[in-house]
Design a protein around this ligand. Structure first.
Ligand SMILES: [Zn+2]
Length: 279
């Protein structure tokens, strides 16, 4: 009798909400298939803006309680996605959201970008050696859209994920995003403005190696996005159309797939399955 090791997927994200925004459908899909899914979050997202007016006093400039609040949002999102193994890099609260490029928060002594890179790599390496994932997911070298913590998450992961079969970078598809935005333009009562051309971060489809169909898992993804209510607003109508917006109030499409660029490991079999072709 041979016992095949279950697939183990580990995703490294910068802030609570990124797991759902970038990879929520993928997480839900592999969890539903029985894979062991580990989500590592590097910070508590303390520097985020807050959408609900009633919660404005939580911000870093006021009570500075957003990080703790977002821990609870993240727990709910993980439950919606079927994640049972969530960890904070270095333990909860070890590193702080660095904020966008050029803001004062970049200088905070606990900011992720000010932390010891070696300590961060060691912390992730320790998780990777205990979980032993075959597949690791993070962002591309630009962090998807340039946020310093996303770039750092990429660098930490690239340095730590040496002994795994595959590393993928989660990206968004230009074609799918543009088609999705065009469909949103047909909706008369959307509560947000439409994205301008080139406003949403996208990757050219020619660079995308892997497309994960999440059409069966959109309910879970939307539920997870709703859990992050300080950061994300979700809109749905009775006809099955959906959109979401961050605090910038730009309508974003909910597309039927999530997209990846294979950064390390064999390409054969990886077109529609992160584990495809692996033993
Ligand atoms: Zn983020």
């Amino acid at each position: 009798m041979t016992l095949t090791a279950p697939p183990r997927l580990l995703l490294v994200h910068a802030h609570p909400d990124d797991e759902s925004l970038w990879t929520g459908g993928t997480i839900a899909r592999y969890s539903a298939l029985g894979a062991h899914v580990t989500v590592v979050t590097c910070t508590l997202g303390e520097e985020g803006e807050i959408i609900p007016p009633a919660l404005q006093e939580l911000t870093a400039d006021n009570a500075d309680q957003l990080g703790g609040y977002r821990v609870a949002e993240l727990r709910s999102a993980c439950a919606a996605l079927g994640v049972t193994d969530h960890r904070f890099l270095g333990g909860i609260g070890r590193w702080r959201d660095s904020g966008m490029v050029g803001v004062e928060a970049n200088n905070h002594p606990r900011a992720l970008v000010n932390g010891s890179f070696d300590e961060q790599v060691d912390a992730l390496s320790e998780i990777i050696s205990s979980v032993k994932p075959q597949v690791v997911v993070t962002y591309d070298a630009f962090g998807g859209y340039g946020h310093p913590d996303h770039i750092r998450a990429h660098q930490i992961t690239t340095a730590a994920a040496t002994d795994v079969d595959r590393v993928f970078h989660a990206v968004t598809s230009r074609a799918a995003t543009e088609a999705g935005a065009a469909a949103l333009a047909e909706i008369p009562d959307l509560p947000w403005r439409l994205p301008a051309e080139g406003e949403l971060p996208v990757t050219d489809d020619a660079a995308i190696t892997t497309t994960i169909d999440i059409s069966e898992h959109l309910v879970a993804k939307l539920r997870a996005l709703r859990a992050h209510s300080t950061q994300v607003s979700v809109w749905q109508d009775g006809a099955g159309r959906a959109s979401y917006a961050l605090s910038n109030g730009i309508a974003q499409p909910v597309v039927q797939a999530e997209y990846y660029v294979l950064a390390k490991g064999p390409a054969e079999g990886a077109e529609t399955d992160l584990f495809g072709g692996l033993d």
